[in-house]
Ligand binder design. Structure first.
Ligand code: COA
Length: 144
């Protein structure tokens, strides 16, 4: 199996939604995950939306974001049939390199506390959890 890693393009949008769906990630198609939002982010930060492809089929994805000092790993997903082959690990490595190049000094990720595979994954990649931190937020609308 030869996996190719490249930046996502607008024409990958439908496969991206399909992949998140099959991977069990929640979708907000009218807001955060809308075609318009995704394509806008691809244009603004082309190096921060990265896909893993097996012969043109999208099998893994990650979105990196940066708030200057801190970088975030978001929406990481690998197709269930392609898991445990190091694809997420490679997507994370590429994201980290690009975030570090952009100047961030901390790389973070928010994970639901019952998402055991992701917890194990990030631990295996050298990330530590901060149990003492509570995540506070103000949600301005349900699709954000
Ligand atoms: C978490 C996820 C992205 C991992 O993808 P993956 O490509 O299978 O991960 P990798 O093959 O790169 O795993 C690297 C290491 O992480 C750890 N790991 C990954 N999945 C694991 C699991 N289910 N259980 C235990 N450890 C796991 C292992 O140490 C693994 O190395 P090994 O296979 O040599 O033992 C994938 O399970 C997934 O898409 N989950 C659903 C989507 C999700 O919840 N995303 C998180 C939102 S941020």
């Amino acid at each position: 199996m030869e996996i190719v890693y490249r930046n996502l393009k607008p024409e990958d949008y439908d496969s991206l939604i399909e992949l998140w769906e099959i991977s069990g990630l929640p979708l907000r198609r009218k807001g955060r995950d809308s075609r318009e939002n995704m394509i806008e982010y691809m244009k603004r930060e082309p190096d921060f939306l990265i896909g893993a492809f097996d012969e043109n089929k999208l099998v893994g994805v990650v979105i990196a974001t940066s708030d200057l000092r801190k970088g975030w790993i978001n929406r990481l997903a690998v197709h269930p049939k392609y898991r445990r082959h190091g694809i997420a690990s490679e997507l994370l490595k590429i994201s980290e390199e690009r975030l570090i190049k952009s100047g961030v000094e901390i790389i973070s990720c928010l994970i639901m506390d019952d998402n055991q595979p992701s917890i194990c994954f990030f631990q295996s990649e050298g990330y530590s959890s901060m149990r003492e931190v509570l995540y506070f937020r103000k949600v301005l609308h349900p699709e954000v």
